[in-house]
Design a protein around this ligand. Structure first.
Ligand code: ASP
Length: 334
């Protein structure tokens, strides 16, 4: 009799512990999803008209929807990241692809990179002038060459060999970015100055198979000089993905992000110090980088699907979507 009672008690305890484990697992894992950004900087409600704000929100939602649909169908995080970035590159609202910032000589020179968290393969292009979607070329460098990064003329030759769509210089030209350059040039005196309104685009995603990916695309900083390359095409600085930790895409004053190796630093703090995604990304953006004088932010997603989007500027165009399809888009610092 006593033995029977003991056995059923054991069973109850076992079932109860199992339920507890399942419950905890569910609570710990928001599951697959993605996050995007459209740049950070001096973005405030005063200098954004309601129409402009609506346009940004709509475009961010469109980009998230494109990525979400891929993930929902069981597609890869790499494809979702690329799809979301292409939509933002094609929009003149953001400083990437069409609408890229002008360098000191009035030319658009663009940088992009993408990284697969599973294999840690990555591809990047720097200083390309006529590539319609630099993120596509970055992906091709990864998929179709033994290299990680190609720059300038060589990258354009590689693009031509792989039938990548190009566009005439006028395609990238927007009045807004042209005027931004003229304004900076007018105010430039002894010190070369760069415009500190950032506009890079980026995406990070976790797919249903548990694979992470990150990508970033930019026109760089207005009034940049002499073949200047920012953090966006640099793996570890502007972009990083590793299945054992997280995926990160950055936007901000590139020189500081390069010297702080921002994206990798977040992953390393998680890997070596056991920090959570929120702790690591907040520490790097709001403590280390800020103290160093660097402004900007990141979007990041971890292997469980937790999302963090810290920034130390007035605003950052950003958004995320979870597996239930709920899209959240935000701009200002609340
Ligand atoms: N990080 C980019 C760069 O320095 C600029 C940006 O994020 O807008 O090139």
């Amino acid at each position: 009799m006593r033995v029977v009672q003991f056995r059923s008690l054991r069973k109850i305890i076992l079932v109860f512990s199992l339920l507890l484990v399942i419950f905890e697992l569910q609570a710990a894992e928001p599951g697959w999803g993605m996050a995007i950004h459209g740049g950070a900087g001096t973005i405030s409600q005063e200098n954004l008209t309601p129409e402009k704000e609506r346009a940004y929100r709509e475009k961010l939602t469109q980009a998230l929807t494109a990525g979400y649909n891929i993930l929902k169908e069981g597609g890869s995080s790499m494809d979702a990241v690329q799809a979301a970035i292409i939509i933002m590159e094609d929009s003149p609202l953001f400083n990437a692809g069409k609408g890229a910032a002008f360098n000191h000589h009035g030319v658009n020179e663009m940088d992009a990179s993408i990284m697969d968290g599973k294999s840690r393969n990555s591809g990047a292009v720097a200083g390309v002038r006529l590539i319609k979607n630099p993120i596509k070329l970055a992906r091709l460098v990864m998929d179709k060459s033994p290299h990680v990064m190609m720059a300038g003329e060589g990258a354009e030759v590689f693009a031509a060999q792989n039938n990548v769509a190009t566009a005439a210089a006028e395609y990238f030209h927007t009045e807004k970015r042209w005027n931004a350059l003229q304004k900076v040039l007018r105010h430039e005196r002894l010190e070369p100055r760069m415009d500190h309104k950032f506009g890079t685009v980026g995406a990070v995603a976790l797919d249903q198979k548990g694979n992470l990916a990150a990508g970033t695309s930019t026109g760089g900083m207005t009034n940049k000089r002499f073949g200047r390359i920012g953090d966006s095409p640099l793996i570890g600085a502007g972009t990083y993905a590793n299945n054992i930790t997280c995926a990160v895409s950055a936007t901000g004053h590139g020189e500081y992000f390069i010297r702080s190796v921002v994206a990798y630093d977040i992953s390393a703090l998680m890997e070596y110090k056991g920090m959570s995604l929120h702790e690591a990304s907040n520490f790097v953006i709001n403590k280390k980088l800020k103290k160093f004088g660097g402004s900007g932010g990141v979007i990041a997603i971890d292997k469980h699907g937790n999302v963090a989007m810290p920034f130390n500027t007035a605003g950052m165009y950003r958004g995320s979507v979870r597996k239930d399809g709920e899209i959240v888009v935000d701009i200002y610092n609340k």
